[in-house]
Design a protein around this ligand. Structure first.
Ligand SMILES: NC(=O)C1=CN([C@@H]2O[C@H](COP(=O)(O)OP(=O)(O)OC[C@H]3O[C@@H](n4cnc5c(N)ncnc54)[C@H](OP(=O)(O)O)[C@@H]3O)[C@@H](O)[C@H]2O)C=CC1
Ligand SMILES: N[C@@H](CC(=O)OP(=O)(O)O)C(=O)O
Length: 349
């Protein structure tokens, strides 16, 4: 078993990490860190548990430590980070001196030599690790996963990008409140309402998606060459981001072929049989009223994106549109970091 630690362990994403790691066949939770508000307390006393399942027995008595790497158990090999981005930017490089950091925070995603990875989409970006270690003189390294809306979108776009020529994409999101953390959106702001702004989200979706679908030239990422415009909105759903996607190709959109390409899509995690890999990363539904967050967010344990209403766009030439749902704190956060770590454990450690 590989010993792992979780930073930000008391938070919304930290709790997902614990839920997903509790019975993991290869990883064993050895350390939990949070802010000085929580450090020194037993995990069960430091945490207001938000998950539907009970808090795992194995973590209840673990004493929460300060996030400083000096406090981290030296037997830990992988540290999962679900820290606020500004704090992650300071702490993650400190951890990378000695530990593998699988980060879910946005701070380091677009930095040179730091792989931003979805294992089904761009596992080859892990090749940057050698340069990262050499350039920083680190024994460990940092690998990041994308923003929650970006992950679901990019999983569905990868098979299209590989098989057709994309000209431009518009995407409009309807994002769950859990995406902002437990204290992120007051109920008075979101009940009976919708908030048409999520700070920084549109910029992240636009840049990260093109980066993930791009190619490596040495250690430089050459972004994919199409236009992408995002509009992001918060809706009163607890978990599961929904996105309406509009795609213009260079050629006529053959709907049956596009559906088959998406449904047949498999990547390296499926080939390697990684524990958290969904059998099918993209599920295509035919019902007129799917996908819906309540019904589809838990597809393959929350690790698959579900697509529906895939149809020709009658208003524009060579165009089609669809709706997708992805679980924001599983495939969009903790599950994504864990899948990255499973790939690293199989191929690098
Ligand atoms: N929620 C989501 O869907 C997604 C979130 N993310 C990213 O994951 C990260 C965590 O998000 P989320 O779990 O929602 O946030 P929460 O606010 O729910 O949790 C934040 C965690 O970080 C800890 N923390 C806060 N400040 C400090 C500090 N100064 N020093 C040490 N620890 C600190 C908190 O500890 P304490 O309890 O002691 O205060 C808590 O454990 C963020 O970077 C977010 O952007 C990414 C994708 C999706
Ligand atoms: N901003 C996302 C969640 C998030 O924290 O994303 P990021 O990891 O890119 O900061 C949401 O509100 O749903």
């Amino acid at each position: 078993m590989v010993k792992v630690g979780v930073l930000g362990a008391t938070g919304m994403v930290g709790q997902r990490f614990i839920q997903l790691l509790a019975d993991h066949p290869d990883f064993e939770i050895a350390a939990l860190a949070a802010s000085s508000r929580s450090a020194g307390k037993k995990y069960e006393d430091a945490t207001t548990w938000y998950m539907n399942d009970e808090m795992p027995e194995s973590v209840r008595d673990i004493k929460v430590i300060e996030t400083d790497p000096a406090h981290m158990d030296k037997d830990v090999e992988i540290v999962f980070s679900s820290l606020p981005a500004d704090f992650a930017a300071k702490v993650e490089p400190e951890y990378a001196k000695d530990f593998v950091v699988a980060s879910n925070a946005s701070a380091m995603r677009m930095k040179k030599d730091i792989p931003l990875v979805i294992p089904e989409v761009n596992p080859q970006f892990l090749d940057m690790i050698e340069a990262q270690q050499k350039n920083n003189n680190w024994d460990g390294f940092i690998v990041t996963n994308p923003n929650c809306s970006t992950i679901a979108l990019t999983l569905t776009l990868k098979p299209i990008y590989d098989n057709f020529n994309i000209n431009r994409i518009y995407v409009s999101t309807m994002q769950a409140v859990s995406g902002a953390g437990y204290n992120g959106v007051p109920s008075m702001a979101i009940l009976d309402n919708l908030v048409p702004y999520i700070g920084g989200e549109e910029e992240k979706m636009e840049s990260e998606t093109l980066h993930l679908l791009g190619s490596l030239d040495g250690d430089e990422v050459v972004p994919a060459n199409f236009s992408l415009s995002a509009s992001c909105h918060r809706v009163p759903v607890i978990d599961g981001h929904t996105e309406a996607v509009f795609v213009e190709l260079d050629e006529e959109a053959d709907i049956d072929k596009i559906k088959k390409t998406m449904a047949d899509f498999r990547g390296l995690p499926q080939e390697l049989g990684l524990h958290s890999a969904p059998e099918q990363p993209v599920i295509v539904k035919e019902e007129d009223d799917r996908p819906q967050p309540r019904m589809d967010r838990m597809a393959y344990g929350g690790m698959a994106a579900t697509v529906g209403r895939l149809r020709k766009d009658q208003a524009f030439d060579n165009s089609f549109k669809y709706v997708l749902v992805g679980h924001n704190t599983i495939r969009g956060a903790a599950g994504a970091s864990i899948l990255n770590a499973e790939l690293i454990n199989k191929q690098i450690l």
